[in-house]
Design a protein around this ligand. Structure first.
Ligand SMILES: Cc1ncc(COP(=O)(O)O)c(C=O)c1O
Length: 410
C-alpha cells in the first residue's frame, strides 16, 4: 500500500471505527490515514483558487505559484483516473523531521508563532525555527500539575499572543508525548482542536510513538480515528517508522492532511525530502504483512516495552527516584531534584556531565525546555542487560555525587 503513496498518493481502506480505541492495529491506522472523513476535502481543480487568508505562509504561496514541468504534469495525471484511484492525502518523506520542516515552510512566515506544550522533544524548536524563522513559544506544563496540559492555559496563551499583534500559526502536539509519555484523552484533544479552530490555528499532531504504548490498559486514540474534526483543513497528522519499528535509518515519515494547499506545497517540497523507493517498498512489505505486524511484532514489542518500563520504574523506586506517570514512548521522565543543591539548571548540567563521565547518557530537562530543573529523560527500550548496566551506572554516579555533596557541606 505504501508504494502507492510515493510522492502524493494514498490508498483505499476500511472505514474508521469510533473515536475511542483506534490504532490497536497498524493496518487500521495506515488505512484510516487515507480514509479520514473528508467532507471538506477538495479536488485539485479547486487548487486554482487562492487559499483563504491565514491558511498557508507567503513562502508557500511562492512555492505553489512556481510552474514546474513536474507539477503541471502531476496535475494532469491527478485530474485523471489516477487521482480518483489514489485520492491523495498522504505525503511520504524521509522521516518526521523532514515532514515537520516541510510543514514549517508551508504554514509559517517569519515571526509567526508556533505553540507547543513543554517539556518537549527539543527538535520541535529547531524544526519550526530553522527554515521558516517562526518563533516557538512554550505552553508551560510544570511539575506542580504533574506536567498536565491545561487547555485553558492554551487558550489564554493564544489570546495573549494575538493581543500582542502576533499571528499564532500552529500548535504542535506530540501524542504520545515525548518526554512525558502522556496520552491525551479524546475530550482533551477535542478541546485543544476546538480552541485552535476558533483562532484559525493549525494543529499538527506527531503520532510517531502511536504503537509504542507500554500501558496495556490504554487504547491509543489517534486523531485519525475521530469521526469529525473541528477544523479538518487545519489538522495535520504525522507518523513514521523510526520509533514504532525501531528503524530510524529507514528515514520514512508521512503527513496526513486534507488541506489541498498544504498537500500541494508539501508535495512540491517532498522532492527535496524524498524517501528512496527501495525503502518505501521494504516498509510497505513490512506493514502489508498483517499476520507478522498485528499478530506478532506489535504485541511483542508492546509486551517488551511494558516489561522494560516496569523494570526501570521498580529500580528507580528502589533508588527513591520518582517518575512522571506516562503511558507510551520509549522513556521515563525521572525526577533527580534530590541530587541538586541548589536546584538549578547549572547543577542539572553538572549532574548530566557526571553521568556522561560515568558512562551513561540521559537527557537533562534543560535540553527539553523543562521549566523545572532536575528532571531527566531515561530511555528504557534497550536490551535487558543494557538496561541493567545503565541503571547500575546511574546508581554508582548518584552515590558518588551524593557523597561529594555531603563532604562539601561538612
Ligand atoms: C516526537 C518525535 N518526532 C519526530 C522524531 C524524529 O523522527 P524521524 O526519525 O522520523 O525524523 C522524534 C525522534 O526522537 C520524536 O521523538
Amino acid at each position: 500500500m505504501l508504494s502507492h503513496m510515493c510522492g502524493s498518493g494514498g490508498g483505499e481502506g476500511p472505514t474508521p471505527s469510533t473515536e475511542e480505541g483506534m490504532n490497536t492495529s497498524l493496518h487500521t491506522t495506515t488505512t484510516t490515514m487515507a480514509t479520514q472523513t473528508d467532507t471538506h476535502s477538495q479536488n485539485h481543480s479547486e487548487m486554482n483558487e487562492l487559499p483563504p487568508p491565514r491558511m498557508i505562509s507567503q513562502r508557500a504561496h511562492q512555492t505553489l505559484a512556481f510552474p514546474t514541468f513536474s507539477s503541471n504534469y502531476t496535475k494532469m495525471i491527478q485530474a485523471n483516473l489516477y487521482d480518483k484511484l489514489t485520492n491523495p492525502k498522504l505525503i511520504v518523506m524521509n522521516g518526521i523531521t523532514a515532514c515537520l520542516d516541510a510543514l514549517s515552510h508551508t504554514l509559517c512566515d517569519p515571526d509567526d508563532v508556533v505553540i507547543t506544550p513543554t517539556p518537549v522533544y527539543g527538535r520541535i524548536y529547531t524544526n519550526f525555527h530553522d527554515r521558516s524563522a517562526a518563533t516557538v513559544i512554550p505552553l508551560v506544563c510544570s511539575q506542580e500539575d504533574d506536567f498536565a496540559l491545561n487547555v485553558k492555559d492554551l487558550e489564554k496563551l493564544i489570546e495573549k499572543t494575538e493581543s500582542e499583534g502576533r499571528c499564532v500559526r500552529a500548535c504542535v502536539l506530540l501524542h504520545p508525548h515525548n518526554p512525558l509519555g502522556h496520552i491525551y484523552s479524546t475530550a482533551q484533544l477535542r478541546s485543544i482542536m476546538e480552541i485552535c479552530a476558533q483562532h484559525e490555528v493549525h494543529v499538527i499532531i506527531d503520532e510517531i510513538y502511536a504503537f509504542s504504548i507500554y500501558n496495556k490498559e490504554i487504547k491509543f486514540n489517534s486523531v485519525l480515528g475521530f469521526e469529525s474534526l473541528p477544523d479538518p483543513q487545519r489538522t495535520h497528522v504525522l507518523w513514521g517508522f523510526s520509533k514504532d519499528f525501531s528503524i530510524p535509518g529507514f528515514r520514512l515519515g508521512v503527513i496526513h492532511s486534507l488541506n489541498p494547499w498544504v498537500l500541494s506545497c508539501v508535495t512540491t517540497l517532498s522532492h527535496y525530502h524524498s524517501c528512496p523507493q527501495v525503502i518505501q517498498h521494504a516498509a510497505a512489505t513490512i506493514i502489508n504483512d498483517e499476520e507478522w505486524c498485528d499478530g506478532f511484532y506489535l504485541p511483542t514489542n508492546q509486551e517488551r516495552l511494558a516489561k522494560a518500563h516496569h523494570k526501570i520504574c521498580q529500580r528507580l523506586q528502589e533508588m527513591e527516584i520518582a517518575v512522571c506517570k506516562g503511558q507510551g514512548g520509549l522513556y521515563v521522565w525521572a525526577n533527580l531534584q534530590a541530587y541538586l543543591q541548589p536546584c538549578t539548571e547549572e547543577r542539572e548540567m553538572a549532574l548530566f556531565m557526571a553521568l556522561v563521565d560515568g558512562g551513561v547518557c540521559i537527557l537533562p530537562g534543560k535540553k527539553l525546555y523543562c521549566v523545572n530543573p532536575g528532571w531527566f529523560r531515561i530511555i528504557f527500550a534497550v536490551p535487558d542487560e543494557e538496561l541493567e548496566e545503565g541503571l547500575s551506572r546511574i546508581e554508582v554516579v548518584l552515590y558518588v555525587w551524593k557523597k561529594n555533596i555531603e563532604s562539601d557541606s561538612s
